[in-house]
Design a protein. Structure first.
Length: 347
């Protein structure tokens, strides 16, 4: 029986742009109830009656899908819904660029504790090792961990001409909300406060000229997170997940959230996906196989790679000297550099 992969269908639909906003129909959240069974593709397209999609757009989409290998039948139904034409409603004005910063990359996860900060820090160091000027910002106001991970606990940044100077460490410029709050301060900040704190903070930092700013986002996909995402001018987001189902479900929520705000997901990194045996060095699969890769394929985003669970990762991070810096010749550091290269080359 002929069959087509859902990923290829999603990719094809993504090639069709809404003429008003120049964003694709999937990023705009206008494709619903997509099913791909064997060679049969079916979905709904939401259309604003006030600004209907032209007949040719839908016709082109049908022809493109019919031309895919394995597709036998395409059923597109159109549903009228007011206010969908320009994408997610009430989106605030686009975030202002940060002076001196070329690209901003968010490292995010739906679920906490999956190794987001570990990945953010090591990717930043790996990008610097590739010769780029890199900054790293800890936007995790609930649990800033960069001061610990970068060996900068208790460090106070200086202010020059009203601008906060990042701290240079291991060849990257570091800024953390953790520098500005006491470790035991209760963080009862609500969403809008977090938003204004981070966006204001971001502009008061004197980054100088940098190629990449890596942002360690707080975990979650709730409203506070969404607001934060919109306040920072992101060029792309990397989603970190572990292979367990519960983390993957949250990773999917993260994918949908970035889709909703129109931020490109650069790809998925699976952390602690395998286990490296300390005695023999062999790499074993301990959880369900390839969950991160399968999720990436399902949503049509690149799979950037797996970082194994390894006994050297935690002590180096928790001890303030991340593995890409402390053990640059280790296989784990090589994995981080591979992933960084994939991101730098546009994944
Ligand atoms: N690949 C790995 N191998 C071994 N330990 C790891 C690995 N990745 C992360 N860890 C350890 O797991 C713990 C959680 O990692 P990390 O703080 O990076 O997660 P996080 O997602 O940023 O958490 P939070 O949601 O609290 O911000 C840390 O102690 C870290 O050193
Ligand atoms: Mg963290």
């Amino acid at each position: 029986m002929p069959s087509v992969h859902e990923r290829d269908v999603i990719r094809t639909i993504r090639r069709v742009k809404d003429p008003d906003s120049d964003k694709d129909l999937i990023s705009l959240g206008r494709v619903k109830e997509l099913t791909v069974r064997g060679g049969e593709v079916a979905f709904k397209v939401l259309v604003d009656p006030a600004r209907p999609l032209s007949e040719t757009v839908l016709k082109d989409l049908r022809v493109m899908l019919e031309e895919l290998d394995g597709v036998e039948k395409v059923a597109i139904s159109v549903q009228q819904q007011a206010g969908v034409a320009s994408g997610p409603a009430k989106r605030p004005a686009p975030a202002q660029p940060i002076p001196g910063v070329d690209h901003v990359l968010a490292v995010a996860s739906g679920k906490g504790g999956v190794g987001k900060s570990t990945v953010a820090v090591n990717l930043a160091l790996a990008m610097a090792a590739e010769g780029y000027r890199v900054g790293i910002l800890d936007a995790d106001i609930y649990g800033p961990s960069l001061p610990t991970m970068m060996g900068l606990k208790g460090v106070q940044p200086v202010v020059v001409e009203k601008r906060i100077q990042p701290i240079e460490k291991y060849g990257v410029r570091v800024m953390s909300l953790g520098f500005l709050v006491e470790e035991d301060t209760p963080m009862v900040w609500r969403g809008p406060m977090v938003h204004s704190a981070v966006t204001q903070f971001l502009r008061e930092v004197d980054w100088g000229r940098i190629d990449w700013l890596v942002v360690d986002m707080p975990p979650g996909t709730g409203d506070a997170h969404l607001t934060l995402t919109q306040g920072v001018p992101l060029d792309g987001a990397v989603i970190v997940t572990t292979p367990q189902d519960i983390a993957l479900i949250d990773a999917r929520k993260g994918l949908r959230m970035f889709d909703k705000v129109g931020t490109r997901v650069v790809g998925i990194v699976e952390n602690m996906g395998t286990f490296v045996c300390p005695d023999c060095g062999a790499e074993h699969e301990i959880f369900s196989r390839g969950g991160g890769r399968a999720t990436a394929e399902r949503y049509g985003v690149p799979f950037l790679g797996t970082i194994p669970l390894h006994q050297d990762v935690a002590p180096s991070g928790d001890g303030g000297d991340p593995i890409v810096h402390s053990r640059p010749d280790s296989p784990i550091a090589a994995r981080f550099r591979e992933i960084a290269r994939r991101i730098l080359s546009g994944a």
